[in-house]
Design a binder for this molecule. Structure first.
Ligand code: UD1
Ligand code: UDP
Length: 356
């Protein structure tokens, strides 16, 4: 059986790492890994392959950055060539990026069945490119692997065949169990000189970075938090670029993006996390660290319901500090171990595909 997995962006390397390990344990299964090149800086790509021992991709498409249409179009053209050459039994896609969308289009036009990892998530905000990508990916997939009950419910409400939906848990939980717990030798906390409480921040969503007034409000809010507790912010290249185009004065501790192992360490050590990342919202919870999400909605609603996550209005400079102070002054909520499965999500997915 031949599986072709398409990845391209940072969170996809992390999700695919666990499936690659599960495929490697199976006889008579070959996984062909394709890297679209959507993320290409060493700190956004190579570091994950090295730290997580992900096999070298057989194909590196080198597509790089661009407008949505151009980027997706180039990937579509290149993935189609690979599929014609490899003729896989299944194409596996991850999450909600333009790499996901182009692989979904290429495979379905060639009648190759698709399996979507992290199916069924919805923000119900079609201004987000991720929402469009998810809707198309779910629509075109033959197997939909959902991480949560909420995601399963969405697909059922949308009328998908129940037999196509497999609630397997969240593969990012598998990854945290496998890779978490270590302490990096040369942490950025040592470089900055922090050994007490701090707030960890990550911001990269297009709707937050591509609107100057919104980004200014977020920086103003983080700066206010920084007056109380130091804020440490490994910055996504998209956000760094947007900030360099604005003339803002701030003292927050900014660094290059960190590797996955360091990120898990920072998440565990932080008093609180401010983010707009999907993956980091969940990792905050896996590390039992409260989270404030700078968005008007989230796909991971169960964390808001359980009290681990609060939504802060990214257009209001006072909202992030208010939510941070509120969360830091409360006791930690109960930890519900069943929200994201049992840490065997990757193994479950591989078995389901083999037995399909
Ligand atoms: C993409 C995904 C988003 C995901 C995020 C994970 C889409 C539409 N968005 O957003 O869902 O949450 O990845 O991080 O697919 N850049 C670099 N070096 C890199 C990569 C990007 O400098 O290695 C800069 C470029 O200026 C580029 C910009 O970041 O134009 C945005 O990159 P892109 O991959 O288009 O989108 P992300 O914001 O990373
Ligand atoms: N991450 C990382 N280094 C960083 C920031 C994030 O390793 O400097 C990891 C993080 O631990 C999580 C994943 O990247 O596993 C989340 O990716 P991102 O926030 O880019 O995308 P999203 O999850 O929002 O799609």
């Amino acid at each position: 059986m031949k599986i072709l997995s398409v990845v391209g962006a940072r969170p996809q390397f992390i999700k695919a790492a666990m499936l690659s390990k599960a495929w490697a344990e199976k006889d008579n299964c070959e996984e062909v890994l394709v890297h679209t090149g959507q993320h290409y800086d060493s700190a956004m790509s190579d570091v994950f392959f090295a730290e997580m021992d992900i096999p070298e991709p057989k194909y590196h498409l080198g597509v790089g950055s661009g407008l949505h249409g151009a980027q997706t179009g180039k990937m579509l053209e290149e993935i189609e060539k690979v599929l014609l050459e490899e003729k896989p039994d299944w194409v596996v896609i991850y999450g909600d990026t333009n790499s996901t969308l182009s692989a979904a289009l290429a495979a379905s036009k060639l009648h190759i069945p698709l399996a979507h990892v992290e199916a069924g998530l919805r923000s119900f905000n079609r201004n987000m490119p991720e929402e469009i990508n998810r809707l198309v990916a779910d629509q075109l997939s033959a197997i939909r692997f959902t991480p949560t009950q909420e995601a399963t419910n969405h697909l059922i409400q949308e009328g998908f065949d129940k037999d196509s939906i497999h609630q397997v848990g969240d593969v990012m939980y598998d990854a945290v169990l496998h890779f978490g717990g270590g302490e990096p030798k040369d942490s950025i906390l040592d470089q900055i000189g922090i050994d007490g409480p701090f707030v960890l921040a990550t911001i990269h969503r297009a709707e937050n970075t591509d609107c100057a007034s919104r980004l200014r409000a977020i920086i103003t809010g983080l700066q206010e938090v920084h007056q109380d507790v130091p804020v440490v912010w490994p910055i996504h290249p998209r956000t760094r670029k947007a900030l360099s185009e604005m003339n803002l004065d701030y003292q927050i501790h900014i660094s290059n993006p960190v590797g996955y192992l360091e990120m898990l360490y920072l998440e565990r050590r932080a008093s609180l996390i401010v983010t707009d990342s999907g993956g980091v919202q969940k990792e905050a919870y896996f590390n039992k660290t409260p989270c404030v999400t700078a968005r008007t909605e989230t796909e991971w609603v169960e964390l808001v319901e359980q009290g681990w996550n609060q939504l802060a209005d990214p257009t209001d400079p006072g909202s992030i500090p208010k939510c941070v102070r509120g969360a830091l002054s409360q006791d930690l909520p109960d930890y519900n171990t069943n929200l994201y499965g049992d840490g065997q999500s990757a193994k479950n997915m591989v078995d389901i595909l083999i037995n399909h």
